[in-house]
Design a protein around this ligand. Structure first.
Ligand SMILES: *Cc1c(COP(=O)(O)O)cnc(C)c1O
Length: 363
């Protein structure tokens, strides 16, 4: 198949076509290098320029203040589940507070438990992770080492609209599946991390934005690769970084700045795409049933069910035939999930909505 489908995969996920075309043009010989990005030293001038450009564009997109450092690491967000507590917790210090709004938050907690003292400040399990904590429901400790949240739960489709108030306690956020989908006030965060393969590039590179003072918590006894301070001191070049991922990330950042026009514009597009789907679900008289409560619905991962698993199977098979791909929900919750990240064109969502209306009318 050479035709491009509408790809609703949760990750690795759709990338902007113009970015792929740009990479294709440069694949055999990067301007100034006479070789591809895959073949040159990570210490070459050409790569150094790409790394600095990626940092500069990211800083511009999120207005990152000067007292933050940007790291390009490997190991995915799963490794951050361990690196965060290994660097920020101490065995005899105060625990970290974890707010669990879905599967990824639970996975983060599982790793943190191995590294140091932790506490569950809220757990959405009782309602099968269909909501955020209500006002006053979270009991945060003012002494906590940090507070960990998952800004967008990719599997359940539950998303924070604003950051929880944590006072002087650093807020740590797994932003893997909604990174760069809207502007953020970075000053509200101590650390924010995101694997690239949902909204910011190919698998293999993970972006960490960390407030400088927190680097002082990293102990020399940590294995080198797992130490944030070493990566910051070496500007992400302590070892060979994921060069291709950083290159693609830089192109995506450029696409966001120059083609889209910044994160305000991106957010407006994302909200209108999500609204089309949620409006259709709400108007379907229960034919489609959304998983998350309406006030915390994700604008990145739209999760819903049909009345029977058989009908869901039929839905998925027919969708696939119509060029609407990878709509199957995660195996742990089932149903349907439409991942509509930054790079999903509006036409993809329109096409899905038309299919959904037609499918409902025929069933
Ligand atoms: C995909 C995802 C992860 C896992 O990322 P890996 O790169 O596979 O380790 C973690 N958290 C969230 C919110 C995700 O969407």
């Amino acid at each position: 198949m050479t035709e491009r489908i509408f790809n609703f995969s949760a990750g690795p996920a759709v990338l902007p076509l113009s970015v792929l075309e740009h990479a294709q043009r440069e694949l055999l010989a990067l301007p100034g290098a006479g070789a591809s990005i895959l073949e040159i030293s990570h210490r070459s001038k050409v790569f150094e320029a790409i790394l600095q450009s990626a940092k500069k564009r990211l800083t511009e997109l999120l207005s990152i203040p000067e007292n933050y450092r940007i790291l390009f690491l490997q190991g995915g967000s799963r490794l951050q589940f361990s690196m965060v507590p290994m660097n920020l917790l101490s065995a005899d210090g105060p625990p970290a507070d974890y707010i669990l709004t879905g599967s990824w938050g639970k996975n983060a907690l599982k790793e943190a438990i191995k590294a140091g003292p932790v506490r569950v400040a809220w757990d959405g399990k009782a309602s099968n992770y269909d909501r955020l904590p209500g006002a006053g429901a979270v009991q945060l400790s003012p002494q906590a080492a940090y507070v960990h949240i998952t800004s967008n739960e990719t599997i359940e489709g539950v998303q924070f609209r604003t950051e929880p108030e944590t006072g002087d306690v650093p807020l740590v956020c797994d932003s893997s599946s909604d990174f760069l989908h809207r502007p953020l006030d970075i000053a509200r965060y101590g650390l924010l991390y995101a694997c690239a393969q949902k909204n910011a590039g190919p698998a293999g590179v993970t972006i960490v934005i960390i407030r400088e003072d927190l680097l002082e918590r990293s102990q020399d006894s940590l294995p080198g690769y797992l130490n944030y301070k070493i990566h910051a001191d070496n500007d992400s070049l302590w070892n060979t970084p994921a060069v291709f991922g950083i290159y693609i990330f830089d192109l995506i950042a450029r696409w966001l700045l120059e083609d889209i026009g910044g994160l305000d514009k991106m957010y407006a597009q994302n909200c209108s795409k999500a609204q089309m789907l949620y409006d259709l679900i709400d108007a379907s008289n229960g034919f489609y049933r959304g998983h998350s409560q309406s006030d915390c619905r994700s604008v990145m991962n739209v999760t819903f069910r049909l009345s029977t698993e058989e009908l869901e199977k039929k839905f998925l098979a027919e969708a696939e035939k119509n060029g609407l791909s990878s709509l199957k929900g995660h195996r742990s919750v089932g149903g349907i999930r439409a991942s509509i990240y930054n790079a999903m064109p509006v036409e993809g969502v329109t096409s899905l909505c038309n299919f959904m209306r037609d499918f409902a009318s025929r069933s």
